[in-house]
Design a protein around this ligand. Sequence first.
Ligand code: ADP
Ligand code: MG
Length: 272
Amino acid sequence: MPDPSSPADPSLAYASADPLVTFDGVTRSYGSVVAVAGIDCSIAAGSFVALVGASGSGKSTLLKMVNTLETPSAGRVLFAGEDVTQMRAARLRRRIGYVFQGIGLFPHFTVGENIGIGPRLSGDPLPASRVAELLELVELDADMASRMPDELSGGQRQRVGVARALANDPELLLMDEPFGALDPITRDALGEKVRELHDRLSLTTVMVTHDMAEALLLADRVLVMDAGKVVADGNPGDLLRGEGGPIAQGLVAVPRQQAEKLAGLEGRTRAQ
Ligand code: ADP
Ligand code: MG
């Protein structure tokens, strides 16, 4: 008898769980620009989903509609079965951690104040012990709480950004190109850290990235967007086998060709 708690194909895990987020015919237009063009898709509770696509394909707009930073022109976004536009924004956003694209920390606040900003604004400031616990989650020393953001490296600042997103103990973690500006080694380490936190805290995670290699290595499921539509939806194995269609295949080809070139180079240098 197969053990039902450990499916042979881990990609089936997301297909069987209840959806935490559902996009139901979601469209968002800005004048004549259709940023998101009729998306129907569910994100299963507990899954780690990467949203990949070229710049301007609608990734950020789709993410923002989940926590109502943007509202659909047509269709609905459901969070745990409720239409997000019908929920109180403060209540919704407490359940969602958001790591914003390109928006860093408040420069005049300490690291600890940055981490606690959400709870403080909602009138429920974090105790120092919770700030220390959040710093520990992202592997930073507790004494960093009193530092200013400009005293941190880029990677440390992004770790603080992740700690801030986790401050309210969210169910859903949304990350918009969280590691875009980091060097490859820091980026790799932080990606693995986020995946580990996702598993340890039983989060549901949606991470926007333009890096297909990062998506394939970290996510259970990869959605590829192009011109406001989802053009491929599969697990990393499906996409690597070329089952995602031409746009996904084009994105997968980039890291694959790099790996092949490196392997070839390694072979030549060894033969010398
Ligand atoms: P991505 O995150 O994939 O780069 P975005 O969701 O930011 O894409 O943008 C999708 C499209 O919508 C782009 O053409 C962009 O210019 C347009 N867009 C996004 N936000 C706005 C806005 N506030 N006003 C007008 N156009 C916008
Ligand atoms: Mg974007």
